[in-house]
Design a protein around this ligand. Sequence first.
Ligand SMILES: *Cc1c(COP(=O)(O)O)cnc(C)c1O
Length: 449
Amino acid sequence: MMNQEFAKKSLSLRQQMSAEHIQEQMGISPGLLELSGQILKGLRERFDQIDETARVNQLKVLGAMQKNRISAEHFNGSTGYGYNDAGRDDLERVYADVFHTEDALVRTQITCGTHALSLSLAANLRPGDEMLSISGKPYDTLEEVIGIRPSRGSLAEYQVAYRQVELKEDGRFDFEAIRKALTAKTRLVAIQRSKGYLTRPSLSVDEIGEAIHFVKTLRPDILVMVDNCYGEFVDCVEPSDYGADMTVGSLIKNPGGGLAPMGGYIAGTKECVENCAVRLTSPGLGREVGASLQVNRSFYQGLFLAPTVTAGALKGAIFAANLFERFGYRCIPDAVSPRNDIIQAIEFGTPEGLIAFCEGIQAAAPVDSYVTPEPWAMPGYDSDVIMAAGAFIQGSSIELSADGPLHAPYAAYFQGGLTWEHARFGILKAAQKLADRNLIRIPSPEEGS
Ligand SMILES: *Cc1c(COP(=O)(O)O)cnc(C)c1O
């Protein structure tokens, strides 16, 4: 039997340690907590489905690691030329098994997603070839890679031509226009899964699969490259399962699980990946060189965590849409739509809204929470961008982060959260920031909804 005095003490201690109490101390108003609780009750079933997808992907990753007999030696890494780096080479086999491809290139020397995409294109296109994007305008940074905006070293400088087919009004592939756009010179078709800095819907893996099938049926000789950034592990299938020749992404997004300190991957056919390897290092050297230094462990461990980390980020995105729609903002995807990536766009309509949101996300970070993000000109982007990130890995956007270009419709692109608990808090902090500036009104707890 507990001493009565002690029982009282224990009760008060536990009250202080309740999430509600701590969040109030961290600046979240009771009305917002109440609203958040109501919204989350309605999301239980969806969150269960996300957990189920994470389970499938966890098993895929686990199976691939077991099949390739990963052991402690794989974490040793290499220096100098990086010859005989079993950790690096077997990690590439693990990626190939997870993506169900013949081969994969997973390297520290691939500096970011743009580099991985640029590499996949430059390695597999030759002068006189044409690249065709069938998902409309590609991600901003690719404009200079391709030469849509003239740039030193672009594919255009190497006589690689480029054309694009817009998505239809409803965001779907325009199959008739694609058929017409294919010419004898078309060598590669590019598809971007995620919306990037656009407010179109992101494409589902099934839609992408249908497009790959369509192109390959008409022209089996054409390569298909999919920009898979932010899409990994959101579904149980990946574009590679539908025959994409190259599936490409960044390790400081989903597949790095927040632990990979850098890097990119290309999973695909032996032929395409081999081309990428010799272009990344040098003809004749290819994949034999490239020291992994000390990052193999983080690559493996990050991949191992990636399915659940992605699931947490996905829950954050859905929660954000549900909360901000209540405040009258247009959210893309909307509160109820299925998800094809971890990005949530929220249109604030004014620079003040976008800036307040990003300040809130920054204030919720574990690192650099005390700094104020400012709009700034960024290399590769054609207008000022505001970015909020207090990340363990610089620029990592699988960690809780938000960014948006300072032009209409003043959309914040919100993503990540290494844990769902952190994503949830960050979203509340951002909403609170808007309320503190009278940009939104939070109902008082008594009002309910
Ligand atoms: C992030 C991203 C890229 C570029 O990746 P970086 O690592 O920022 O260079 C390309 N495409 C899409 C869709 C992205 O989300």
